[in-house]
Design a protein around this ligand. Structure first.
Ligand code: URA
Length: 192
């Protein structure tokens, strides 16, 4: 079994916080095991909790469309969340839940070893880029941390709520594609 597969197996048994009591499924993540581009959302919603995969509800459908705009799909990238279990009633994950769950995300990042991390929304962006990160001001900017490029897009759920932000996100996606072409070797290579 791959190192990521072993980590997933352990994560499925996690009972470190209260979210394990209300979850239906652990949503570990999905995609290419050695992806050069890693997308990180906030936490599973009800559809993800039902199915056990990230971004499969309405926001997930929009994420798929966003990926398609820059010729990406889930087989070329890896998608996960900061917390792996659904917070009840769609509340924000608590700081302690995020801290406890970070061991899984940190290990995913170590094993996958991406060249670019794309934070989906403010909550994930603040985790990587600090408390002063403002999504309305800082989306689409690229930051380097230990040789990894980090950027943030508006969360697809925010784009569903406020479609006026979509043109900015389209520009951010085009900038993301340019960075992928610049720093990644295999993401856009067809596997025949
Ligand atoms: N929102 C997220 O942040 N993650 C998901 O997996 C689904 C919706």
């Amino acid at each position: 079994m791959s190192e990521l597969g072993k980590l997933e197996k352990d994560c499925m048994l996690c009972r470190s916080c209260e979210l394990c009591k209300t979850r239906k499924n652990v949503v570990f993540g999905e995609g290419k095991k050695d992806a050069e581009v890693l997308f990180v959302g906030e936490g599973p919603g009800s559809s993800e909790d039902e199915i056990g995969l990230p971004f499969v509800g309405r926001a997930g459908k929009l994420l798929d469309t966003m990926l398609e705009l820059i010729d990406l799909d889930r087989s070329k990238i890896y998608i996960t969340n900061m917390v792996k279990c659904r917070p009840p009633e769609n509340r924000d994950p608590l700081p302690a839940e995020k801290d406890l769950c970070n061991i899984w995300l940190a290990e995913q990042i170590r094993i996958i070893n991406p060249k670019i991390i794309v934070c989906l929304g403010r909550i994930a962006a603040m985790r990587f880029l600090g408390k002063d990160f403002k999504i309305s001001r800082d989306h689409g900017k690229f930051y380097e941390q230990d040789g990894v490029l980090i950027t943030a897009l508006y969360h697809p759920a925010a784009l569903l709520r406020d479609p006026r932000r979509r043109p900015e996100t389209f520009s951010d996606l085009k900038a993301l594609k340019a960075e992928i072409l610049r720093v990644c070797n295999s993401t856009y290579k067809e596997v025949n």
